[in-house]
Design a protein around this ligand. Structure first.
Ligand SMILES: Nc1ncnc2c1ncn2[C@@H]1O[C@H](COP(=O)(O)OP(=O)(O)OP(=O)(O)O)[C@@H](O)[C@H]1O
Ligand SMILES: [Mg+2]
Length: 350
């Protein structure tokens, strides 16, 4: 049985439908990422799992028990917030010890137990040499690890992380991401991690939940979400630059810029679709050339190609080329609902 079971979960703030009917099961030891644009309901969903927000409808189960009506401290869940404020006047040791000292009387720990738990957790996160420092004497990445240690020290069944890396610069963020993943693997804790950064989501998640407007759009492994998007929202939300979408009469069809390449490179032309492509602009990005242009018959829609820099064919602006996409890399979407439909014969479908 899954560790966390969420069914029919809703949260309405007056007229705002922040979370609008979420069903989700989270496995023990899983690293689950919730990905979606700002305002789609990620934090609200996490706060309902933690017990900090009362659902309008639906239920949350943890470890087989219905916890919907239980307060946060009885759920075995810890949350690291979007702005993980540490207590500035306390050193690292006391910051981490804080939730242990705050435990209710029946679960109170003595001094020695607290020291042992704090030191073990700090060692796990490799901040055991920093226990005497104040937060302002730490780097951003170290502060973040202290915040995670503080959430971990009570040994929660589930660790909820709400964009904990958002305060870090790009390099620190990549490091912190690696560390977090290693730590999650070695401790086998169940982690739910919220982000609106798709690179972070792809790199960290065993599975990704893509959300939009309070609803789950798709749940799957990073590869499933990327290669097999359930609808146009997911298809265009993941990938940078995002999938080209061109409209036909019955269906929209899409292909990723990295799948849209000069025809001469295509080793299997009978299984590919050829497009006449008028190149307007070329950007050199080092590892790739990013090409902007228009596909014949779709002159109002800017279409991008991402050509690896080891492909040396010349691409001049204001020139016509033949580009190809492998048939299996063309995705079709219902024009009205945006839902992905089975592979179509492009000529017939349009
Ligand atoms: N306490 C509240 N009262 C009223 N509306 C709220 C409240 N909390 C959140 N909302 C609204 O609910 C929606 C979802 O908010 P939420 O914070 O869950 O989004 P999010 O996905 O975490 O966004 P972000 O990526 O910006 O953190 C938003 O439209 C937000 O304005
Ligand atoms: Mg949020």
């Amino acid at each position: 049985m899954s560790l966390v079971q969420i069914s029919g979960l809703k949260k309405y703030f007056d007229s705002v439908q922040a979370v609008d009917g979420v069903d989700l099961e989270i496995e023990q030891g899983e690293f689950l990422v919730i990905l979606g644009p700002s305002g789609c309901g990620k934090t609200t969903l996490m706060r309902m799992i933690a017990g900090l927000e009362k659902p309008t409808a639906g239920r949350v189960g943890i470890g087989g028990a219905d916890v919907t009506a239980l307060p946060p401290r009885k759920r075995g869940v810890s949350m690291v917030f979007q702005s993980y404020a540490l207590y500035p006047h306390m050193n690292v040791f006391n910051n981490i010890a804080f939730p242990l000292r705050a435990q209710r009387r029946e679960k109170k720990f003595d001094k020695r137990a607290i020291r042992e738990k704090v030191e073990n957790t700090a060692r796990l996160l490799e901040i055991d040499m920093l226990l005497d420092r104040r937060p302002r004497q730490l780097s951003g990445g170290q502060r973040q690890r202290v915040a995670i240690a503080r959430a971990m020290v009570t040994q929660p069944a589930v660790l909820l992380l709400d964009e904990p890396l958002s305060n870090l610069d790009a390099k620190l963020r990549a490091n912190a991401r690696d560390e977090l993943k290693d730590f999650q693997r070695s401790s086998n804790i169940t982690a739910v991690f919220v982000t609106h950064d798709q690179i972070e989501a792809m790199g960290l998640g065993d599975r990704i939940v893509v959300m939009s407007e309070g609803k789950i759009q798709q749940i799957g492994t990073p590869q499933q979400i990327y290669d097999d998007p359930a609808n146009e929202f997911v298809a265009t939300f993941l990938g940078s630059p995002s999938m080209n979408i061109l409209s036909g009469d019955r269906y929209n069809f899409g292909f990723r810029p990295e799948h849209f390449l000069p025809k001469t490179l295509n080793d299997n032309p009978q299984n590919a679709r050829i497009f006449h492509y008028f190149v307007k602009r070329v950007e050199y990005l080092g590892s790739d050339r990013l090409v902007y242009g228009y596909v014949q018959g779709h002159d109002s829609q800017l279409t991008l190609a991402k050509v690896p820099s080891n492909v040396r064919v010349s691409l001049d602006v204001d020139s016509d080329y033949e580009f190809a996409v492998h048939n299996s890399d063309i995705k079709f979407f219902d024009r009205r609902s945006g839902i992905r439909v089975a592979q179509q014969n492009l000529a017939e479908a349009l």
